[in-house]
Design a protein around this ligand. Structure first.
Ligand code: ATP
Length: 312
């Protein structure tokens, strides 16, 4: 998505490339992240998600190409730019004989921008006890501390590397609500995951990275339209051949498994795109059970990956 909600994009990369010796971690990435949007980056391990984020934060520098963050080049923005960004690293390991509160105070004293009580308020929402020693915290609680640290100065841009990892489902929901509120507040959120379903509800746009290349950038709604649905049903008093003859010609049918049950047939079908012709086709059966699983963006994405692989 190149459209911009609020004027200039919050992040813009042009032919952004990072090489480590012979390994090309990132290969010519062009991205525009609209100000105020929630932008998800999805990809399997090693796709280049972390590399992209480190380039945004000027932790590493591009081999070629360029990047602008909040209108500035990260290498020129210095601490002033850094203070406008909240960063949750993927490999966060807060250590030390300090409490969460002391650690947050320390960070706050560096940025100088944290409103009174803000860290406590976020910690409360996530169910994190800030009085506990950081080194005694479980992985999930350390991740919560990382989220508090990223959000507490209400930065213009949040860069969050696998933010939901280690969080239980209820906390994940609370976190995604925080992401939605940040976006409503005009903040831009750039977050990564290797599981699309975790962020599909929060993201306006999703970029899919694989092997350092951009497979696609899409708004979540159009990914939904190319969605793959799994339909399971039973048809009574009919033979397998008749069911196959009725369904197999449908171009939307991408998989079909039939099994005889009593005098009928159990159907397990995968339908891609428009579901209507399939519904019309099964209308002639005597349908017993019927389940249609929600379009799974992850499957759509895997299909996109597959399509790319096939065409290469
Ligand atoms: P993960 O989900 O595993 O964190 P990722 O999408 O974040 O994956 P990156 O960490 O960005 O992927 O890695 C992209 C590629 O660059 C990988 O092949 C990785 O091995 C390589 N890479 C990353 N950092 C370095 C480095 N410092 N030296 C050499 N290769 C590196």
């Amino acid at each position: 998505m190149t459209g911009s909600i609020g004027g200039d994009p919050a992040i813009e990369t042009s032919a952004l490339t990072k090489r480590y010796g012979r390994v090309t971690a990132l290969d010519g990435i062009d991205l525009a992240v609209a100000t105020g949007s929630v932008f998800g980056v999805i990809g399997p391990n090693g796709a280049g998600k972390t590399t992209t984020m480190r380039l945004l934060l000027d932790i590493i520098r591009p081999s070629s190409g360029s990047v602008r963050v909040l209108g500035e080049a990260p290498r020129e923005g210095g601490p002033a730019l850094r203070r406008r960004i909240g960063f949750l690293p993927g490999d966060l390991r807060p250590e030390g004989r300090v409490s969460g509160r002391e650690l947050m105070r320390h960070y706050a004293s560096i940025s100088g921008l944290v409103a009174d009580g803000r860290a406590e308020q976020i910690a409360d929402r996530l169910g994190l006890d800030l009085t506990r020693q950081v080194r005694t915290l479980s992985r999930g609680n350390r991740q919560k501390l990382g989220i508090v640290q990223a959000f507490m100065h209400d930065p213009a841009l949040l860069v969050l590397d696998e933010p939901t990892s280690g969080l239980d489902p209820l906390v994940q929901q609370e976190f995604l609500a925080m992401v939605g509120e940040a976006s409503a507040n005009g903040q831009t959120v750039f977050l990564s995951s290797h599981v699309l379903s975790e962020i599909q509800q929060a993201a306006d746009a999703v970029a899919i990275l694989r092997d350092g290349r951009l497979v696609t950038v899409s708004d979540v709604e159009s990914l939904r339209l190319t969605a793959v649905r799994r339909v399971r049903l039973t048809a009574a008093d009919i033979a397998e051949d008749a069911v196959r003859a009725a369904l197999a010609p449908l171009p939307q049918l991408t998989a079909l498994v039939l099994a005889a049950i009593g005098s009928g047939v159990r159907v397990d079908a995968t339908v891609t795109g428009d579901i209507d012709p399939f519904v019309k086709a099964i209308a002639r059966f005597h349908v017993g059970e019927l389940t249609v699983e929600e379009p799974d963006l992850e499957e759509s994405v895997l299909r996109l990956y597959g399509a790319r692989e096939g065409s290469e």
